[in-house]
Write a protein that binds this ligand. Sequence first.
Ligand code: PEP
Length: 257
Amino acid sequence: MNKAIRKYLIAGNWKMNKTASEAEDLVKDIHQSVGQQTEVGVCICPPFTALETSARLLEGSNIQLGAQNMYPKAEGAYTGEVSPVMLRSLFCTFVILGHSERREYFGETDAFINEKVLASFESSLKPILCVGEKLEEREAEKTLEVVREQLEGGLKDVTSEQAENLVVAYEPVWAIGTGKTATPEMAQEVHAVIRSWLVERFGETVAHKIRILYGGSMKPANAEELLAQPDIDGGLIGGASLQAKSFIELVNLAKQA
Ligand code: PEP
């Protein structure tokens, strides 16, 4: 099926960077350059503490806001956590779930990520579900097995109707923040397997609407080739989303892809 039915999405994962006032400068620059275009979906995911400032600055623009995590309950005694309802009240559209840093440093399992995915849909947030293999898993030729298992677990009980609002991000863990990128061919191989899995699980029509982003040291120098692959529908960008110049360049590259 033709890739043109999907709009590219360039999503910036700021991780634990930028205070609210630092965010203000970055958001203003991004807004000024790509805030009005509609050809490419653009999303920024600042830390929780900069969401409100960012939401205010993005009002009236075409840039969407996302969070980097959430707790799968609407409210209650969960000290230190943030709920999907709270994120919606700050005008978040997306939420990154199952990022490898959360899996690794906070022990998040596929079952817990699945609870979050289901809760995000209930609050009309669009999850960006991250999957990807570690270096030792790639070396043991277990990449496809690991990715399928993360999809099975993370998307358990998700309906086809909900899946229309799903975004998947393939992020090989060994490529995150390391400067190492999967070659476009390596990435496409996994993206194609993810697409087939989505077809089996949700049917052709829905699966071909789901965007599969690549993440892992994506930057202007390597984005063009990655974005040209038939099943790469954008990027989840860490390091290169922290400077306006590189993030804007990535959006412009997606426009031309
Ligand atoms: C990420 O953590 O989602 C990511 C892709 O980071 P980087 O671009 O820095 O590798």
